[in-house]
Design a protein around this ligand. Structure first.
Ligand code: GNR
Ligand code: NI
Length: 182
């Protein structure tokens, strides 16, 4: 087990479109364990390999009270909801929803982001077996946020040009004043 370093914006590695995992072997499972440890340490609900400087399509998530869809009568799942996905893909998307997102790679900043409300995901699990499931609510939002990271996309890239330029300027200012404080 090891803690990994989370890369921060504007590091250009965050723009990497990561590579498919060809073989789910012990080294991949070890990377997943390290990503899970890092996600919990950083108190995130998800983490993508891109954020720890690894050029592989792997994400881990633990969204509290996640539900697999947004059916009215479905009870929220209690406890830990840890999931690791290899080569995840969105194969269906439905509806739209807006949520105030944050990112461990852009600490201290949030913005309202519009995404699909419901998604169907296809991926491999830790044993290299194919899985597919539907997600709604915050789980669906987090899945889209993490899969975006694997394509080099940050939540600020999903904002209107005006809002994106505003938040980028704010982040730049904050980073500059951090620099001056050193
Ligand atoms: O911890 C996280 N919280 C979060 C909140 C709203 C929408 C997306 C997220 S993901 C984020 C962790 C992270 O940056 N994952 O890439
Ligand atoms: Ni993020």
């Amino acid at each position: 087990m090891a803690l990994l370093t989370i890369i921060k914006y504007p590091d250009p590695f965050l723009k990497t479109k990561t590579a498919l995992v060809k073989n789910v072997d012990d080294s991949i499972r070890e990377l997943i364990s390290d990503m899970v440890e890092t996600m919990y340490y950083a108190k995130g609900i998800g983490l993508a390999a891109t954020q720890v400087g690894v050029d592989k399509r792997i994400v881990v998530l633990d969204v509290p009270n996640r539900r697999t869809d947004d059916e009215e009568d479905e009870k929220p799942v209690k406890g830990k909801n840890l999931i690791a996905l290899i080569n995840p893909e969105i194969i269906e998307a439905e509806g739209t929803t807006v949520y105030e997102e944050g990112c461990l790679s852009i600490p201290g900043f949030t913005a309202d982001v519009e995404r699909a409300a419901k998604v169907r995901i296809k991926a491999l699990n830790r044993n290299g077996e194919p899985i597919s499931f539907e997600a709604g609510g915050l789980f669906a939002i987090a899945l889209q946020h993490e899969i975006d990271h694997l394509d080099g996309i940050l939540f600020i890239d999903r904002l209107s040009r005006l809002k994106r330029e505003m938040i980028k300027r704010k982040i730049k200012k904050a980073l500059e004043s951090e620099e001056r404080a050193l």
